[in-house]
Ligand binder design. Structure first.
Ligand code: ATP
Ligand code: ATP
Ligand code: MG
Ligand code: MG
Ligand code: MG
Length: 256
């Protein structure tokens, strides 16, 4: 009887595929809010950029880094966050479905837990959810290109959204605003912002223009009377340019 059970268990288990991510590559988990266009409307986010919502996302990302120690870097914009795991991570033996589901569920539950901290006067109307995916990037150049791609996307969307919402707030219908912006290049949008609305794009808050990066700061040592009492790493949030080399040259250990 016991034997029959064992055989059945093995047989049923054999249908599970392992789905292991390629060894010694940077694993990126990108999560993205599901239907956040609607969620941001229902929750009354400020347009185009609600700073409290961005800071809630950042706070959740910090919590994710603290929970999963193998994450070396995270980049977030709008309703998305990319988490980069160190190349040789053995988290869940590199099984994609477990890594993705653990990250995305931890992020979602943290988002709900921290909601009140960032929106003390706004009731959370329904449980938000995020989707997630895992992608492997095999070389330093390619992981840098991946991160640059996300930040370029941030610039493009932010510029479009800033123009769009300025037009709408000045009385244009959404359709009029869309058709005014159709086919415009970066420079035309910058001109539109400065000429029509007196806005210098480069003066907008850096969190909107550059998105947010989370990484482990150098060890901070807490001294008490000249004696080391505590030494710990801290996940910090900054808004650097991650397209150019400067940030990466200043932090060579992140993608070592
Ligand atoms: P999907 O389920 O396919 O991801 P989505 O509605 O979430 O659909 P996205 O392309 O992910 O679409 O875009 C996210 C949307 O969420 C943005 O277009 C914007 O309207 C809204 N949003 C996210 N974060 C903020 C924020 N901080 N402030 C204002 N709006 C935001
Ligand atoms: P893993 O992260 O590997 O899943 P785990 O601690 O969650 O580790 P499981 O094999 O999933 O281990 O077992 C879940 C454990 O959670 C049980 O062993 C039990 O201790 C506890 N648990 C779950 N649900 C209940 C419950 N309803 N009442 C009491 N204990 C529970
Ligand atoms: Mg999506
Ligand atoms: Mg989304
Ligand atoms: Mg998105």
């Amino acid at each position: 009887e016991q034997n029959v059970n064992n055989i059945k268990q093995e047989y049923v288990k054999s249908f599970q595929s392992e789905n292991k991510l390629l060894p010694f590559t940077w694993i990126v988990i990108r999560i993205d809010g599901s239907h956040f266009h609607r969620f941001s409307e229902v929750q009354g986010f400020e347009k185009p950029n609600d700073e409290h919502a961005l800071k809630l996302m950042n706070s959740c990302a910090v919590a994710v880094l603290e929970e999963f120690n193998d994450i070396v870097f995270a980049y977030g914009v709008s309703d998305e966050y990319s988490f980069v795991l160190k190349r040789n991570t053995q988290l869940y033996q590199r099984r994609a479905s477990e890594i993705v589901s653990a990250t995305v569920s931890f992020f979602s539950s943290t988002y709900v837990m921290k909601w009140k901290e960032f929106f003390p006067k706004k009731e959370l109307k329904y449980p938000p959810n995020f989707d997630g995916r895992a992608v492997c990037y095999p070389s330093y150049e390619i992981i840098r290109d991946y991160l640059a791609w996300r930040q370029v996307d941030c610039h493009i969307n932010n510029q479009y959204n800033t123009c769009f919402w300025m037009l709408v707030k000045s009385g244009k219908s959404t359709r009029e605003a869309q058709s005014l912006l159709k086919g415009t290049q970066t420079q035309e949008k910058n001109q539109m912002l400065s000429q029509l609305f007196g806005i210098d794009y480069n003066m907008l808050p850096v969190i909107f223009r550059n998105g947010s990066s989370v990484f482990w700061d150098k060890e901070t040592t807490v001294m008490d009377d000249g004696v080391v009492v505590k030494s710990h790493k801290k996940a910090v949030v900054e808004h650097p340019n991650i397209i150019e080399d400067d940030f990466w040259e200043a932090h060579p250990l992140i993608l070592e």
